[in-house]
Ligand binder design. Sequence first.
Ligand code: FAD
Length: 583
Amino acid sequence: MLSTGLVIFKPFNQSTRITMPEQYDVIILGGGLAGLSLSIQLKRMNPQTSILVLERRESEAATAAHKVGESTVELGSHYLREVLDCKAYLEEHELPKHGLRFFFPSHTKDDIPTRVELGPRERLPQPSHQLDRGTLENHLTIKTHQLGTEYVLGATVKDVSLGDETHTVTYLKAGEEVKAKARWVADATGRGSFMKRKLAFQKPMEHHINAVWWRLKGVIDVDDWSDNPEWKSYLKPGLRLLSTVHFMDKGYWLWVIPLGSKNTSIGIVADPAVHPFDTFNKYEKALEWLKVNEPRGYKMLEPETKNLMDFKILKHYAHHTGRLYCAEERWGVTGEAGAFLDPLYSPGTDFIALNNSWLSDLIIRDLAGEDISGRAHVYEQSHLKLVDNWIPVYQNKYLLMGQTQIMVMKIFWDWATYWGVPTLLFTNNGFTNLPVVKALFVSANGLGRKFGALGNRMQQTFLDWSKYETTIFEHRYIDPYDLQYMRDFQLGLDVQYEPDALLEKIAENMKKLEQVACAMYRLISHHVKGTPRNMKVDPYTFDLNATLPAGEIELESEENMDESINKDVELMWFHPQNALVNG
Ligand SMILES: Cc1cc2nc3c(=O)[nH]c(=O)nc-3n(C[C@H](O)[C@H](O)[C@H](O)COP(=O)(O)OP(=O)(O)OC[C@H]3O[C@@H](n4cnc5c(N)ncnc54)[C@H](O)[C@@H]3O)c2cc1C
């Protein structure tokens, strides 16, 4: 096992509480990833902020078999590395990640080289990490303690009484009821969702997917799952191992994630419309499920049963929230205590990063005496809008996971939108720049709204397309970095812009995304409906279900078609270029 080289954090006992102030600036309920990182962010913004973190767990977090949230992507990695200053820790104690990697179904799924593989060959310029969540939380606990935060283990929050000037938090510690006071309360209790329950701001989320996961002692390298030399040569040894590997077919994906503690995380995530939960919600059943759906995975993982560390289940993991930041009553929610959508692209840490950045900005401004009411409203609406914009990325999409051609385009689309807009905004501190946020999310014609509308159009198109798409593709490797616009978006994340220039860059990226959407739509529509390859399309209204009389189809002028983007989109098109569904 990896040694962290860190001193084990000793929880405070009652006697150390003598030094506690009468009133804190902030009490954070729950010391998981969201609560710990919020406390560090607040301290880094203003070291004078007095913070109490109350965590129910009695002792340090277990290595490996602790929580899910092990794979990070660019936005969340930037947050951990730069905003929380954990770069050195991550590079020394956690694993570098080699991107997300997808294997789609073939006729013989147990022969992996037959499956279409999507993932980077070379190291991506933007770093990301595979996290052992236990090791990470222990590190963050020590870090926040060193910054002067009071962190109490074995403290279960029982009540929050909101006052005009001061809130009172009641918690149980070693059987005793303890009260602490603060100006702000931040709820980071995860699925416990303390404030959501207390103030009843639950909101339905129509996305009902289930998950199970387990950790195995030891390293499992997917590269060992085939001896095929050509397949092995697609990328350097060790790089498949470092990817977050997704094996996919209709209604599900299976993850394999390596952990820095030299253990492996495995998970099944599935739509009950195709894979009822009771077919895999126990370890033995999960193995039987693998035997049927991922036979190669079964052969490689079943013998590892002797190394089983845990087995966890979670039904209907997606949930929404009606509130996030309340300036008047000085509380906020962060992490899974707010909204959680779907782990497909590993965005959990991203949402924590956004959430904490908005909440800490509000708290620090309020503590400095600023009236934050207008700002809090804008942040809350923008955040809720962002979650809403993201729902169609996942909703009903598990049904498409067996359709390789659709999924390849969808994954590239989803990545491009993620890199080109929210990640760029985050690496440029755009989400806490009020004029930038207002320009994007508040104005009726703001780019943020167009971004949502464009995304919805594409997600609907993927669904509409699914009734036509039956081909099973095999023996292909596709690399996101072979696409020029994808490379540009990734490399662009490092560039720092002034607010006006940032808005211009986002507008430029949106223009590119519109062109990508048009190029994708033209190919899809040509394939399924025989429309001309140079048909004029509006990215905000195109509709695969609409019937266009031939005479009404306008053609696009050549100068309006971006050749480079057309070439990129053709790279992800597996059908013969001119083949029609019925022709
Ligand atoms: C199947 C699945 C896979 C996922 N995979 C990924 C992934 O690969 N990458 C990624 O980034 N995200 C992933 N996520 C999301 C990720 O797990 C969450 O974003 C993250 O764990 C949320 O952290 P949190 O701090 O909000 O909640 P938690 O980590 O649950 O922390 C909440 C803390 O509050 C404490 N607590 C609760 N109630 C109380 C109370 N009353 N008093 C005191 N303390 C309390 C708990 O003990 C806990 O420590 C995944 C989620 C799911 C469901």
